[in-house]
Design a binder for this molecule. Structure first.
Ligand code: NCD
Length: 481
C-alpha cells in the first residue's frame, strides 16, 4: 500500500476522480462498503434483502451525466438508478451514433461540455486510459465505467462488496479467476483490490489470455504478491499468487507438503470469478474457452465457493448454476445500486458524516515524477489502444509517463492506460547525450525536465544525440540498440 499513488487532481481543482480502483485507498473502500450496507438496511425492500427499493433525497438538485461510447446494461442502469434513488437526476448519452461523436467530436470537448450540464460524469469508452484523459478536461468528478481493456473500478466495488457481505473479510480468501484475464478490465481492477485486501489469487486463464504483463508485474512489485508453485493445484489452475508477509504464506510450503497437507487453506476455493471472452478486444475467436458448470464445481474444494461473474455471460457460465446456492452473480449486479449510491454520495460530498479528502491544489505526495514527451520527439505509449493514439483527440493528447524506479532501473508507466515500458533509453535534452541504462535513481526527480526517452539508443543517435558515456564513478554499461 505504501507505494501506491493517488491520482493527482488537475492543478487547482482538488477534484477526486475514480478512474482506477487504486484511486481509492483501503479506508475509502471500507467507507463505501459501510455506507452501502447502511443504505441497504435503510432503503432495501423487506421482500428482497439484496435490492434498494426506496429512495432518499440527499442528491436533490444534482445531475449525473452518463456518457457511454460502448454497450452497457448493468453499469449504466445501476448508476442511473443509484442517482435517482439518491433524489438526483440523470442525463444520458448512450448511443455514440446519435451524439456529436458521430460528427467527429473529441472526447475532450464532449467532457468539457458535459461538465457544464452536470455535477458528476460516468464515462465508458473503448480506449484504454480514456477516463483519466477525460478527467483532465472535466470540472466535475469523473467515474470510470470501463475504459477499453484497462479498468472497471466500480464493478470491483460490487464484487468486493459481495464477498465482504458473505465473509466479512477478504484476508486469506482463495479467489479463482477464470477466462479472459487479458482482455477483461473487470479483472484488472479486481486483482489489484484482492491483492490489497490480502486475498490469494488463483489464476485460470483461457489459453493465451493470461494477465497483461504490466498487471502481473504490478501485483508482484507493488502489491507484494509472490507466485506459488504451479503444480500446487490441479492442472486447471495455471498460477496461484499468494499474499506475502502473512502468517499463512503458502509460498513457503514445499510442493510435497502442499500435496500431503490437510490444511484447509490449501484445498479450499472461496470464490470462482468467471469472465466472458472479450471478443471486442481481440481480432480472432477464442478456442477451448473454459466453461464453468456443475461438473467443474463438483470437486470438494469448490463446495462453498461463491460463483461470480460481472455479466453479461455468454457460454462460459452454465445457466444450470442459476439455481445453485453458490451462484452470486445476480446479487453482485443488484449490489450495483447501493454501492454506486455510496460512491456518488462520497464524491459529491452529500453526506455530512463521510468525506473524501479533497486533494489540495498541486497535491504531490506519493506521486511519481512525470515524464512528458517533448513535442513530437521520442517514445510514445506502446499500447495501440491507448487514448493517446485516438485520432479524434488530435493535438490534445500528450504522451505522459510516471517514472517508477524498479530495482534501480526506471520504468515508464503511461499516465493514462498504465501500460509499462521497460525497454527504452533516456538522454539529456540539454547535453544531447544518451544515458543508456545508467540513469541513477537520484537523477530522476530533479532532472526529469531535461530527460527525453527513446525506444532505443539507435533511435536517439538518429535524432542527433551522442553515444552514452559512463557517469562519473560508475562502471561503463553497454548502450542498447
Ligand atoms: C463488464 C464490462 O463492461 O467490462 N460488464 C459490466 O459492466 N458488468 C464485463 C463484460 O462486458 O464482460
Amino acid at each position: 500500500m505504501s507505494r501506491r499513488r493517488k491520482t493527482r487532481a488537475p492543478a487547482g481543482t482538488g477534484l477526486r476522480h475514480v478512474v482506477s480502483i487504486n484511486d481509492l485507498d483501503n479506508a475509502e473502500l471500507e467507507t463505501i462498503f459501510v455506507r452501502a450496507e447502511d443504505l441497504l438496511k435503510k432503503l432495501g425492500g423487506k421482500d428482497d434483502k439484496h435490492a434498494i427499493r426506496k429512495s432518499t433525497d440527499i442528491a436533490q438538485g444534482r445531475i449525473l451525466a452518463s456518457i457511454f461510447f460502448e454497450p452497457s446494461t448493468r453499469t449504466r442502469l445501476s448508476f442511473e438508478s443509484a442517482m435517482i434513488r439518491l433524489g438526483g437526476s440523470v442525463i444520458t448519452s448512450a448511443d455514440p451514433a446519435t451524439s456529436s461523436a458521430a460528427k467527429g467530436e473529441s472526447l475532450a470537448d464532449t467532457v468539457r461540455v458535459a461538465s457544464n450540464y452536470s455535477d458528476i460524469i460516468v464515462l465508458r469508452h473503448p480506449r484504454d486510459g480514456a477516463a483519466r484523459y477525460a478527467a483532465e478536461f472535466a470540472d466535475v468528478p469523473v467515474i470510470n465505467a470501463g475504459d477499453g481493456g484497462h479498468e472497471h473500478p466500480t464493478q470491483t466495488l460490487c464484487d468486493v462488496f459481495t464477498l465482504r457481505r458473505d465473509r466479512k473479510t477478504l484476508k486469506g480468501m482463495n479467489v479463482a479467476i477464470s477466462g479472459d484475464l487479458r482482455g477483461s478490465r473487470t479483472i484488472h481492477s479486481f486483482v489489484y483490490a484482492l491483492a490489497r485486501l490480502k486475498a490469494n489469487l488463483l489464476l485460470m486463464p483461457a489459453k493465451g489470455m493470461e494477465l497483461p504483463a504490466h498487471v502481473d508485474a504490478r501485483l508482484r512489485e507493488e502489491f507484494d504478491l509472490t507466485l506459488a508453485p504451479r503444480d500446487m493445484h490441479d492442472a486447471s489452475v495455471d498460477a496461484l499468487y499468494v499474499t506475502a508477509k502473512e502468517p499463512h504464506q503458502l509460498a513457503l510450503y514445499s510442493e510435497a507438503q502442499i500435496r500431503q497437507s490437510a490444511e484447509p487453506a490449501l484445498n479450499r476455493v472461496d470464490a470462482v470469478y468467471v469472465t466472458r471472452f472479450q471478443k471486442e478486444r481481440w481480432k480472432g475467436g477464442a478456442q477451448d474457452y473454459p466453461k464453468i458448470d456443475r461438473k467443474f464445481l463438483d470437486a470438494p474444494k469448490f463446495r462453498d465457493a461463491r460463483v461470480m461473474h460481472p455479466l453479461p455471460r455468454v457460454e462460459e457460465l452454465d445457466i444450470d448454476l442459476d439455481a445453485d446456492h453458490r451462484a452470486a452473480y445476480f446479487r453482485q449486479a443488484a449490489y450495483g445500486v447501493p454501492v454506486r449510491m455510496a460512491l456518488i454520495a462520497l464524491l459529491l460530498g452529500l453526506d455530512d458524516r463521510i468525506h473524501l479528502t479533497r486533494y489540495p491544489a498541486g497535491f504531490k505526495d506519493g506521486v511519481d515524477p512525470l515524464y512528458r514527451r517533448p513535442g513530437d520527439t521520442g517514445l510514445r505509449c506502446a499500447n495501440p489502444n491507448c487514448i493517446v493514439h485516438d485520432p479524434h483527440e488530435g493535438q490534445r493528447t500528450e504522451n505522459k509517463f510516471n517514472v517508477i524506479m524498479r530495482g534501480g532501473a526506471p520504468v515508464l508507466r503511461c499516465f493514462y492506460c498504465e501500460t509499462d515500458i521497460r525497454d527504452f533509453v533516456f538522454a539529456s535534452k540539454h547535453r544531447k547525450r544518451i544515458f543508456g541504462e545508467a540513469v541513477p535513481a537520484s537523477l530522476l526527480p530533479e532532472h526529469i525536465a531535461d530527460l527525453i526517452a527513446f525506444t532505443s539508443a539507435g533511435e536517439a543517435l538518429e535524432a542527433g544525440f551522442h553515444p552514452a558515456q559512463p557517469l562519473p564513478g560508475r562502471p561503463r554499461k553497454k548502450a542498447s540498440g
